[in-house]
Design a protein around this ligand. Structure first.
Ligand code: NI
Length: 185
């Protein structure tokens, strides 16, 4: 089932999300709905706050990036991350133009570390500790920011922030064209 994506301005996007346990109601259904919603909107990742739930859950499929022509994605993956905790971020910052399903029509360069070590539970509540790098790490960092109540637009250069101020106001008010379901303030 395709859910509405909460738009920039929705308070849930600014909350630090809470951990969940195996008793979380209808978790499998929720995860399945998040995949449907993400693919429908042509995203590579989706975090629970983006569908209005302040819980530490996000889903990522970077295999789509490879299918869209990124040749450097031989280690692409499709994974569910529950109660994720980034343990370490290392390496020289690199910039890449990011976007976000909650902030349609805006893209901007974000500086991030290239390598991370992360601990998380999968959809069966099996614990993993893994390292990721490059684009895989970047997508995780972006989704992880969502469960920490942070948005990529807050990480843009000051001038860029000024340039997009009007556009962000329009998104808040729902004054945008978007071809997936969204929930505005
Ligand atoms: Ni996002």
């Amino acid at each position: 089932m395709i859910l509405s994506i909460f738009a920039f301005g929705q308070p849930v996007l600014k909350k630090v999300a809470s951990s969940i346990d195996q008793n979380y109601p209808d978790l499998n259904k929720l995860i399945s709905n998040m995949w449907d919603t993400m693919y429908h909107a042509e995203g590579v990742g989706l975090a629970a706050p983006q569908i209005g739930l302040a819980i530490r859950l996000f889903v990522i499929d970077t295999i789509q990036l490879r299918e869209r022509g990124r040749v450097d994605m031989e280690d692409a993956f499709k994974k569910v991350f529950i109660n994720a905790q980034i343990l370490e971020e290392t390496g020289e910052h690199w910039a890449y133009e990011e976007g976000c399903l909650s902030i349609p029509g805006i893209r901007g360069n974000v500086e991030r570390n290239p390598t991370i070590r992360i601990k998380y539970l999968d959809e069966n509540f099996v614990e993993h500790e893994e390292s990721f790098s490059g684009m895989n790490a970047r997508v995780i960092q972006h989704e992880y920011d969502h469960i920490e109540g942070k948005l990529f637009v807050e990480k843009l250069a000051p001038l860029k922030k000024q340039l997009i101020r009007g556009k962000l106001e329009n998104i808040k008010k729902g004054k945008i064209e978007v071809d997936y379901k969204m929930k505005f303030v």
